[in-house]
Write a protein that binds this ligand. Structure first.
Ligand SMILES: Nc1ncnc2c1ncn2[C@@H]1O[C@H](COP(=O)(O)OP(=O)(O)OP(=O)(O)O)[C@@H](O)[C@H]1O
Length: 346
């Protein structure tokens, strides 16, 4: 116990938003020190990790066959345990490498990790084990929508309904929070990455053009939208490979991409409606007044707020920075051990 406290003094506690698309690390007292894609490149002959994070993302679609670019998380949960552990180890080491004590002592931080609210017991164990084996001395898990609500500055500890819609890469989570607890949560495995995939499939089916994930993501950000607007008229020339395998390009319009994304968006809208239907009436009244708060990178799809406003007849707002809300929320929890104990999932 005493030794643990001494070690704690030398270790900067950290919060990790372990996302399907991006991992963010918040260091207590310092803020978000790392934000990198959750991607790892592995040499398949030796099993050795070659690159992690941003370095690895640059390799997508450009590697020789002996290098595999892996996303160790799928749908918000660990799909490849060993690679996730390597990635966590690398990120934890990276944020600690600038701190002088770490040259003398191996840091053993307390770690809080944001996970999807629908996580199973087995998946929880996998996340905790990965963090422990990456050097954590104590691990707490908190539900991503709870962390996002904290990060967005919602009054989660007071009696009153707060609705947060967190659209990430792999999961969309809708939660109603009151008195530091999740009154209800809906978690669906449909979010930003499904939008990207829908664009890849659309280009293949309607334009006979094969495009990579990075091009599809760019189209989503520059042309995609969730509601009719001026963007419908915007055009873009997309390079790719035709079905014969030859390089080619096609001009596409915003309106087409809006239609290509429709099924994915409708699934998210349906999940929000379902959550609203399940919300106890007393809390519904608060949500009518306070509105719905949007977080997560997927919510940045153009006009997502307008679409949800139209579909629910409720006010819908973005939190200050949707991409960092979960990490900021975990950061706030790091300052308050009582709050951590109250909201942690274990
Ligand atoms: N401007 C934008 N427009 C549309 N989508 C965007 C935009 N910016 C980011 N995204 C999408 O947001 C997603 C990543 O969001 P985020 O980093 O919140 O997810 P994550 O936390 O890694 O995922 P999860 O919570 O599901 O584990 C990606 O699908 C990315 O393409």
């Amino acid at each position: 116990m005493f030794l643990d406290r001494i070690i704690g003094l030398f270790s900067n506690d950290i919060g990790i938003d372990l996302g399907t698309a991006n991992t963010l690390v918040f260091v207590k007292g310092k803020g978000i020190l790392l934000s990198e894609p959750s991607i790892v490149s592995v040499d398949t002959r030796t099993g050795k990790v070659i690159a992690v994070g941003s370095e690895s993302k640059k390799m997508i679609g450009k590697t020789p066959k002996e290098i595999e670019v892996i996303r160790p998380l799928k749908d918000g949960v660990i799909a490849d345990f060993d690679v996730t552990q390597e990635m966590l180890k690398y990120f934890i080491k990276k944020v600690h490498s600038n701190m002088s004590f770490s040259k003398i002592l191996r840091p053993r931080p307390r770690v809080i990790i944001g996970v999807p609210s629908g996580i199973t017991t087995v998946e929880k164990r996998a996340v905790i084990d990965a963090a422990r084996q990456s050097g954590a001395r104590e691990v707490f898990l908190i539900a991503e929508p709870m962390a996002a609500a904290l990060g967005a500055g919602l009054p989660i500890q007071s009696p009153g309904g707060n609705m947060i819609v967190d659209i990430g890469g792999g999961t969309s989570e809708i939660a109603v929070i009151s008195l530091s607890g999740l009154v209800l949560s809906e978690s669906i495995k449909v979010a930003g990455d499904e939008m990207t995939e829908a664009i890849i499939q659309y280009m293949k089916r309607h334009h006979n053009l094969l495009i990579g994930e990075q091009s599809a993501e760019r189209i989503k950000m520059e042309l995609g939208s969730a509601y009719p607007s001026e963007r419908d008229k915007k055009t873009m020339v997309v390079p790719g490979r035709d079905l014969r395998g030859l390089p080619g390009s096609v001009e596409i319009k915003g309106e087409e991409i809006r239609h290509a994304l429709e099924n994915v968006i409708q699934s998210i809208v349906n999940a929000v409606r379902l959550a609203l239907e399940k919300t106890p009436p007393e809390l519904s009244a608060d949500i009518v007044e306070r509105g719905i708060v949007l977080a997560g990178g997927g919510s940045l799809l153009h006009a997502m707020d307008i679409r949800l406003r139209e579909e629910t007849n409720l006010p819908v707002y973005y939190c200050e920075d949707p991409l960092t809300a979960v990490a900021e929320g975990i950061g706030k929890a790091l300052d308050d051990i009582d709050l951590i104990r109250k909201i942690s999932l274990q």
